[in-house]
Design a protein around this ligand. Structure first.
Ligand SMILES: [Cu+2]
Length: 149
């Protein structure tokens, strides 16, 4: 029993599989403690031969978790909620900065660098995929505090 648990815990950093579905390169953006929201990114593979539809995302760390994309409206970039995201068979969907992302709204407590955020992806056909995403600094975030207006 204990060994089994350990395998489960160690398994979080490896690709996680659920019937052909896997998540890789997932992370959640480290934000200042005052920020109530953050975003998560990942690569979702569908290695199965069945088309899937991602219809919900859940996490205990925030009041609400939504799927968002970024669209240009009147020359400005703004976020738009998505109700579902198609993940075709033998294809892969990216959640990345400036495009699709997982939005964590109303963080229950500030996330620290190195924390892991549990996330469950829920598909239309009832399939679930639970992963753990590490909290990390974004690639350009280290420099952003030099650019306050
Ligand atoms: Cu968003």
């Amino acid at each position: 029993m204990k060994k089994w648990l350990l395998v489960l815990l160690l398994g979080v950093s490896a690709p996680v599989w659920a019937d052909g579905l896997s998540v890789e390169q997932g992370w959640v953006r480290l934000v200042p403690p005052v920020s109530p929201n953050t975003a998560g990114y990942l690569m979702l593979h569908n290695g199965g031969d069945q088309n899937r539809n991602l219809v919900a995302v859940k996490s205990p760390v925030a009041e609400a978790v939504e799927m968002h994309t970024v669209v240009e409206q009147d020359g400005a970039m703004s976020m738009q909620q998505l109700q579902s995201i198609a993940v075709p068979a033998e294809d892969c969907v990216m959640f990345e900065p400036g495009a699709n992302h997982i939005m964590f709204i109303g963080l229950k407590q500030p996330l620290q660098e190195g924390d892991t955020v549990p996330l469950t992806l829920i598909f239309e056909d009832g399939e679930n995929l639970s992963v753990s995403l590490p909290v990390k600094r974004g690639q350009n975030d280290a420099h952003q505090h030099h650019h306050h207006h």
